[in-house]
Design a protein around this ligand. Structure first.
Ligand SMILES: CC(C)(COP(=O)(O)OP(=O)(O)OC[C@H]1O[C@@H](n2cnc3c(N)ncnc32)[C@H](O)[C@@H]1OP(=O)(O)O)[C@@H](O)C(=O)NCCC(=O)NCCS
Length: 411
């Protein structure tokens, strides 16, 4: 787990204070000097090759939401939570916890500890630990209660419902929060009122790019998008296949859909395509850049969908995923140009996408998405719109030692 700059802030300016916290737990980009003890857990990662995924065939995507989890573009086989491909918890051998990690693990409850050590991949165990620490910090500070007194429940469904904090008498605490973790990054969005509903999702566009490219080379991007037909409406599917947000060529020239003409239909990689610039000049380039831009748009849709689903809390039980549609979508540009140092850099924030459910515009819900480093995008869905701060996303990095460990007490 890397330490990041010790900042911790609230974005206020509205009735509801939205507090967003971001904990960075990346392995590779962190300066070595900022690596703390828990990092050694990484060396005990379960080795072996990436397990084969269920979405290798279109049929495996299934017809209902649970099956759709198999097609999660970033899911790992053993953490998608299903009974088909995930070993039952009892069948998994728990991770061996090195003594250096024991200190941090003592700061979370036995259930949280079990959830960390039950993970198959060490990276997931670390994110789970990051999530547990972040949630406890937020709840303890916001409610003003001791670290060890923090208790959780779930809204509505006791097994799959949205996690929430509960008071000693078992009632729901007057706060709201939601967590997401992906590829080493953990984010929490929360506020000191339960009148708001919040959902957050992190996507990482290159987490499984080799695997995704293999599928795209076989099926075409259009065929690959069809794998997710249980998730996206027909209009969304069309939009993802054939629309593209402006993207940069390797020489820095920005290309938009208009410059592409009919080349916007291209769904295969390794083809030569041509953009005609407003000056009449042309630029020839590989369709790989176009496919990457379309993929980024796909992940933006995905991020919005998950953020809204998590706001609602219905999760796996939601039967309306296909009727949940996003309009006016544009993927935020990355913070910096490809192949530059991007560690910790925020990119563009996009705030004007709309959420529609069953053909009705949900005016009360706001969406925001911001890119982080080259490949992450973080989306937040929140409501009610009239009580929210100007910006939903105002994440601050936390310093593990000074912000969390100094505050936490053993449980
Ligand atoms: C629960 C669910 C929403 C989590 O999404 P995810 O992208 O796999 O994982 P994320 O890292 O974003 O979120 C994990 C966090 O979600 C929170 N979460 C769990 N259940 C939740 C629920 N019902 N509602 C909202 N948040 C929930 C937890 O805090 C969890 O972190 P923790 O275990 O460390 O506490 C997901 O498992 C799910 O049910 N998805 C169903 C919808 C679906 O199929 N979507 C695919 C296309 S949109």
């Amino acid at each position: 787990m890397s330490k990041s700059e010790g900042r911790c802030a609230t974005a206020d300016g509205a009735d509801i204070k939205l507090r967003a916290r971001l904990s960075i737990v990346q392995e590779s980009d962190a300066p070595a000097t900022e690596t703390v003890q828990f990092n050694t857990l990484a060396s005990s990662a379960a080795g072996g090759s990436e397990p084969r995924r269920h979405d290798e065939t279109r049929a495996a995507a299934g017809r209902h939401v649970l099956a759709a989890r198999h097609a999660h573009p970033m899911a790992r086989r053993e953490d998608c939570g299903c009974r088909t491909c995930c070993p039952a918890p009892a069948a998994r051998s728990p991770l061996t916890v090195p003594p250096q990690a024991a200190d941090e693990l003592r700061l979370i409850s036995p259930e949280e500890r079990e959830s960390c050590t039950r993970k198959y991949h060490i990276a997931d165990a670390r994110m789970s630990l990051g999530s547990a620490l972040l949630k406890r910090l937020f709840v303890s500070k916001t409610l003003g209660i001791p670290w060890s007194s923090v208790k959780y429940g779930r809204k509505r469904d006791p097994q799959h419902g949205k996690p929430c904090a509960v008071l000693p008498d078992g009632t729901q605490a007057p706060i709201e929060f939601n967590v997401s973790h992906q590829n080493g990054l953990v984010a929490l969005v929360g506020c000191s009122s339960n009148e708001a509903e919040l959902g957050v999702d992190i996507v990482c566009t290159n987490e499984r790019s080799d695997y995704t490219y293999k599928l795209i080379d076989r099926e075409g991007l259009d065929g690959w998008v069809d794998i997710y037909e249980d998730i996206f409406s027909e209009e969304e599917g069309f939009d993802i296949k054939y629309n593209v947000d402006p993207f940069q060529l390797l020489d820095g020239t920005e290309v938009d859909a208009q410059m592409l003409g009919r080349y916007d239909r291209v769904c295969k990689r390794n083809q030569q395509i041509v953009a005609t610039l407003p000056s009449g000049e042309t630029r020839k380039f590989s369709s790989n850049l176009l496919i990457d831009a379309k993929l980024r748009r796909f992940y933006c849709f995905w991020c919005f969908k998950e953020a809204y689903i998590k706001l609602d809390g219905e999760a796996l039980l939601a039967k309306w995923i296909r009727e949940l549609e996003f309009k006016n979508v544009r993927a935020p540009r990355p913070g910096v140009q490809a192949r530059c140092a991007t560690y910790g850099k925020w990119g563009e924030r996009v705030t004007d996408a709309e959420v529609w459910l069953k053909r009705r515009h949900l005016q009360d819900t706001r969406l925001e998405i911001q890119s982080f480093e080259e490949n992450f995008m973080i989306g937040v869905a929140a409501k009610p719109a009239d009580r929210l701060p100007e910006y939903l996303i105002n994440f601050e990095s936390l310093n593990l030692e000074t912000d969390i460990l100094d505050f936490a007490t053993p449980i």
